[in-house]
Structure formats: C-alpha cells, structure tokens
Design a protein around this ligand. Structure first.
Ligand code: ATP
Ligand code: MG
Ligand code: MG
Length: 554
C-alpha cells in the first residue's frame, strides 16, 4: 500500500483511540438500501468503510437498509452482494435492518410507555403544516398527549394491519420548538400493507430511516457510522434515539459525515439511474454507459481501477464534481499493464499488396504485451489482401500526415514496410481498394538492414481472408454537460447525449475467435476493448472501454 496522510475520518478514529476507545471495539458497516444497483459513488463509501476495516483490522458488516418494501427487491440485494465482493471486499456479517423489526418494535413500545412516543392520527399534510419553519416553532399535534394506554392499543392495531395505511403514524415526542426541524416529533413508523422481500406479510408497519438506522448500528455494535453530508442534521436525532434504547454499557455508535462523490457527465443517484432503465434510455442497470459498478464491469473496468480511483479522490468534507477523465485515466493505467495487444480494424478499407504472391500466406510473430515480459508472443496471419483503417490513408497529404499516402512508405505493425502506389475507386469516386508494394526484406524482427529502416508511420491491419467479423460497441458520455442534474430549470434527461452508443462491424485478428465475456484487450492504436456478455463464438461483441487518449472536447 502506498503511503499517504490520514484523511479526516481516520483522524476521528485516531483521536477516539487516543482518548481510550478500545481498538478491539472498532466496527464498521456499509449500509446500502436494496432499491437499485450500486454506483461509483457507493464505491467511495465501500472503499472507505472496508478500507478502515483493513487498516484497523476491524470487522465490517454489509447491512441492507431494507425498511421500505415499496422500492426494495431481492434482485438488488443479490446485485449489491456481487458488486461488493467483485470490488474485492469481504464483509464480516451480512445483516438486514428487517432482522431487527421485532427489536425495534419492542423498543418503540418501551418509548410509548415512557412517554417518548405517541400515535398521531392526522394526515401527513396536517403534520407537515404544523412543523413550522426553522425560525418559527411548530404546533403540537392534538394527539400529542394521548394517554399511554390508548397509544399502546393503537400501535398494536397498526402493527396488526387493523388500521388503514394512512390512518396513523407513530411519532417520537421530542420538541416542536427545536431549531432542528428533524427534532420536531419525527415519524418513527408508518402503516404500509406491502409485502417485504424478506419478511413477506409479517409486518404492516415499517420503521423510518432515522429510527431504524442508528438502532441497527447499535444492535450490531458498530463503533463508527459514516454517512454522507445530508445526514449531518440527522445526527442530533440519531443520538437522541440512542439514549432511548438498550443496555447502558454497550458501545454507542458515532455518526460522522463525509461528502457525497459526484462524477462528471453522469448522474449518481439510484433514483435517476432507475429512470434511465425504466424509460429504456439504456438497456439495463449494467448497460456499459451506466456509472453503476455492474455497468463499469461490463464496460471493462477492473476492480483495481475503481479502487484506485476511490483512493485517489479520497474522502472530502465538501461536495465537488470529479471529472470522469480521472476514472478513465485509472483504467488506462491498469489495462496498459494487463491487456494483451491485438489488431482490429474498425472502419476498414482493402489494401492489396500487388507484389505479394497470390494465394500465399505467412504467420508473423507479434508481441502480446510490451509492458509484460511474461505475456509472450502469438502468430498473426499475413497475406496479399489486408484491411487497414480508412483514416490511415490519404491520396495526398501534407508532411505531417505520418500514415499511408501515394508514393510514401509506412510500416505495417509486426510485418513489412509498404509503399502506396495507386487507388481503385467505385462509380461514386469512393476508394474501394488501395494498391501498394511491399519490401520483402523489411519484415519486423528479421534482423536485416531493411527491417531496421526507419519510416515515419506504423499502421495496424488484419488479413482479409483470416479476419473475424465482430460487432463493436463504441460508447461516449451519456450526458453532454458536466453536471446534468444541477440545472434548476431543466430536467437531467434534457442533457442526454444522443450519440452515446454507436454500433459498428469491425474486423479482428483470428486469435480473438475464442474469447470469453469480460476478456480485455488493447486494440492497437485504437483503445481498450473487452468482450461483452452478449458475445458468442458465432457473433463476437466487443465494448470499447476507453480510447487510448482522452479525446473528449478535442
Ligand atoms: P442514492 O441517492 O444513489 O440512492 P443513497 O445514499 O440513498 O444513494 P444508499 O444505498 O443509502 O444510497 O447508500 C449506501 C451508502 O453509500 C450510504 O452510506 C451512502 O451515504 C453512501 N453513498 C451513496 N451515494 C454516495 C456517493 N455519491 N458518494 C459517496 N457515498 C455515497
Ligand atoms: Mg439511503
Ligand atoms: Mg436513496
């Protein structure tokens, strides 16, 4: 691990340890709500919490914050487990807030008995109206002083599903004049007659986040509960609830906040990402354009690149926008070390070597990865007819064009030096073939004087007869602006990039015939590509992970 200075979260822990907090009591958690797939923002939180676990040799729970059955599903639980593991982390315990429903209920009953909670029978609109404003105290509910016996009876009826969904709520009795609006008798329970993906129809009431979260932390013995900044005003309530429950001598968790991470040219909110899926703007949660962990994986991102990204941006106290080019930089660096080099032609034009014997072929040696000595070599077929990229040829060009033109020489990668001779055009004047000659003594690696000759350009190519056809999906940013969801006037969907996906047919070298989904390659001179999960032996499909250089905004 690289040496770096402590972040402010680690300083908080260090200070607690200096003040006598027992090291063996350190315990962290990552608490996703299973209402969608994890995204790159969550990766920051995962790396923070599990990173602390590794640093302090402390357990980290994976806690599903599953208190809202309207939006939560088993599919999301499974996806979250898979993604956290894939990122390379191991949780000590897999926990569910729903496992604590009975305990939470029992505590709520205690609170009613102690005069700390009451059943309110007003509508949510009435309750909202009485909340007041930050500068004006709220008004008490007419039910605030309901007798304990009546509260207990009503609460039990709520639990048994004997009252309608919007009939009552349970509220904590705190302070309707508190300057913190969240302390003005917050709702603890609502009636909801919905099936829960785990507890099925056992419960007709569900705890609200503020009530369930801190208590879940407490039950699990979490020492430090890190959440994003919007929960700062909730901290007072988090602590208040903790004074109402449980054995006194048990560790009281400490909530601290860090800034949400935002990535440019995308949105990191499950709710908004769900809209992209529901409206069919992307194909699925793991569409390679999505900033979800599963989308990034399918796109060709590695766990190492995502962890490095999270470590590099670190933990902040203030929100800011991280440019997506930093994430792209991380995957380029990682794949530069790992990805085998191969040749593929995305926009082909035929190249005929007129002095190469017809019907003949040879298999030339090609280095798999100059960055990795162990990667070895492979053989690529060479013959009289090849494909090269259209943009690698111009009939006439200025001195700065280091590719193929008529009368000039370039090298074909791993092969020979060729010279442009003439072109064949179709009736519309478009070039259908380029004719060239080659220097038979110039083969790469042959050691001849001719092979050492320096020419300005090197082109990639594939042998026409041997090449495999492949579908290639070229991705671009999903949104045309840096921050699509901060515009006050416009909906984020108005900033969609209409060209975020381009599907083309390419030719790839025959060594790629047997690739498997997620295999990664550098298509030389073009970028990093991986094999999509849709790919089969009969129909190869590649995703462009990232170009070799940052070409955005050029
Ligand atoms: P979303 O708005 O995308 O649903 P959320 O915060 O509601 O996000 P949770 O499933 O509750 O999603 O998040 C689990 C944990 O991940 C929480 O501790 C949350 O604070 C953290 N987290 C979520 N989004 C980000 C982000 N963009 N940057 C850093 N941490 C995040
Ligand atoms: Mg949440
Ligand atoms: Mg959310």
């Amino acid at each position: 691990e690289e040496k770096r200075s402590l972040n402010f979260i680690e300083h908080i822990i260090e200070e607690d340890l200096r003040n006598g907090f027992p090291r063996e009591e350190l315990h962290f958690r990552f608490p996703p709500e299973p209402n969608g797939y994890l995204h790159i923002g969550h990766a920051s939180s995962i790396c923070l919490n599990f990173g602390l676990g590794l640093r302090y040799n402390a357990p980290v729970n994976l806690r599903f914050d599953d208190t809202n059955p309207i939006k939560e599903e088993q599919e999301f639980v499974d996806a979250i487990r898979y993604d956290v593991e894939w990122l390379g982390f191991k949780w000590a315990k897999e926990c569910y807030a729903s496992d604590y429903f009975q305990q939470l209920y029992d505590w709520a009953v205690e609170m009613i008995k102690n005069g700390d909670a009451y059943v309110d029978s007003q509508t949510s609109e009435e309750i909202a109206e009485q909340k007041g404003t930050p500068t004006q105290p709220g008004k008490s509910s007419p039910y605030r002083d309901r007798p304990v016996e009546e509260n207990l009876r009503l609460f039990e009826q709520m639990k048994n599903g004997e009252t309608p969904e919007k009939g009552h709520v349970l509220r904590a009795k705190i302070n309707m004049a508190s300057p913190n609006m969240l302390m003005r008798d917050p709702v603890m329970y609502r009636c909801l007659h919905k099936n829960h993906h785990r507890t099925k129809d056992n419960w007709k009431i569900y705890p609200m986040y503020d009530w369930a979260h801190g208590e879940s932390d407490f039950i699990e013995g979490i020492s430090h509960s890190f959440c994003t900044l919007e929960f700062l005003p909730h901290r007072e309530l988090y602590n208040w609830f903790l004074t109402k429950v449980g054995e006194i001598e048990k560790v009281r968790p400490k909530q601290r906040e860090f800034a949400r991470r935002n990535l440019s040219h995308t949105v990191v909110s499950k709710r908004k990402l769900a809209q992209l899926v529901e409206k069919g703007i992307v194909s699925s949660w793991d569409d390679p354009r999505m900033p979800t962990i599963s989308g990034l994986r399918r796109r060709g991102y590695t766990p190492e690149s995502i962890r490095k990204f999270a470590d590099t941006i670190g933990i902040a106290k203030r929100e800011n926008l991280i440019d997506v080019s930093l994430l792209e930089h991380m995957i380029r660096e990682d794949l530069n070390k790992k990805a085998p080099r191969v040749m593929a032609v995305l926009d082909p034009v035929k190249l005929v070597i007129t002095n190469y014997p017809e019907g003949e072929e040879e298999w030339l040696e090609a280095e798999n990865n100059p960055e990795d000595d162990a990667a070895g070599i492979r053989k690529v077929p060479f013959s009289r007819e090849l494909y090269i990229e259209k943009e690698d040829f111009k009939e006439e060009a200025n001195r700065k064009f280091f590719r193929l033109t008529l009368g000039k020489e370039v090298r074909l990668k791993n092969a020979y030096i060729i010279k442009g001779e003439s072109v064949v055009k179709d009736e519309n004047g478009k070039i259908s073939e380029i004719h060239c000659t080659y220097d038979p003594k110039s083969r790469s690696g042959s050691g001849t004087e001719e092979s050492m000759r320096k020419v300005k350009g090197t082109l990639h190519w594939v042998s026409a007869k041997h090449a495999e056809k492949a579908e290639v999906r070229l991705y671009d940013r999903l949104f045309t602006v840096e921050s699509p969801d901060t515009d006050k006037e416009k909906d984020f969907l108005e900033f969609l990039n209409p060209d975020s996906l381009q599907v083309i047919t390419a030719f790839v070298e025959p060594s790629l015939k047997d690739v498997q989904p997620l295999d990664q390659f550098q298509f030389q001179r073009l970028g990093y590509f991986n094999v999509d999960k849709d790919s089969t032996k009969e129909h190869l499909v590649f995703n462009r992970t990232v170009t070799l250089r940052d070409s955005w905004g050029g």
